[in-house]
Design a protein. Structure first.
Length: 220
């Protein structure tokens, strides 16, 4: 159940107005750590000396948004990386660099989710892409003996599959409608304030997770 201190924190923000029956978790920087600097370093090792310039070109071409909403294929994304980098990078090199930012799934968070499933309906909602998810599911299979994510949650919502990204209201409405959730009975946990604001705009009880927080401290 929710820790009394966390419930008080929600009530102080005038968030907690009905008992929670459902919890939607973000993935990166909530359940697992991510470090974009590792991706930057990996690209540098491949010869992309000025990754900041490459990153700017990718953003200007709207590649991130298009990849994360399924509006561009993975091969097309890789080809755009090669073109902007000016290097004949292989698919494997691009994928390894792109996924270097994804870190471990702490055992304590896995244990927590297994325990919470006895009390709540659990969902995962991540702005992500096919390269990251395929890589991470395969990694979990190797390291944990199972892809885990499909087993830990009632349903997983990935932006590249549903065609919407947080913080768009349409994204949260899609999740609510698909899963048959009442927003006032649903808690959303994310590390980005604008995503929290987006969830609250459709009536979801949402709270920001910060780098100083420990997820296990939010529950008893």
């Amino acid at each position: 159940m929710l820790h009394s201190g966390f419930v008080a924190r929600l009530r102080e923000q005038n968030i907690m107005n009905k008992p929670i029956k459902n919890i939607i978790f973000d993935l990166g920087n909530v359940l697992i750590a991510i470090d974009p600097e590792l991706t930057l370093a990996h690209f540098r090792e491949l010869g992309v000396a000025d990754f900041d310039r490459l990153y700017t070109l990718i953003r200007q071409a709207d590649l991130f948004n298009r990849l994360e909403t399924g509006k561009i294929t993975v091969p097309a994304f890789r080809e755009a990386i090669r073109r902007h980098a000016g290097l004949p990078l292989t698919d494997r090199q691009i994928d390894d660099a792109w996924c270097a930012m994804l870190l471990d799934f702490p055992d304590e968070n896995i244990t927590l989710l297994c325990r919470l499933r006895n009390r709540y309906r659990l969902f995962l909602f991540s702005n992500t892409n096919r390269i990251h998810i395929d890589y991470y599911l395969n990694r979990l299979e190797r390291e944990k003996g199972s892809p885990l994510l499909p087993d830990l949650f009632d349903h997983t919502f990935y932006s590249h599959e549903i065609g919407f990204r947080k913080p768009d209201r349409e994204a949260f409405r899609y999740v609510l409608e698909y899963a048959g959730l009442k927003p006032a009975e649903t808690l959303f946990i994310d590390d980005l304030e604008h995503n929290v604001t987006g969830a609250r705009s459709v009536g979801i009880q949402a709270c920001r997770f910060t780098k100083n927080d420990r997820l296990t401290d939010w529950f008893v």
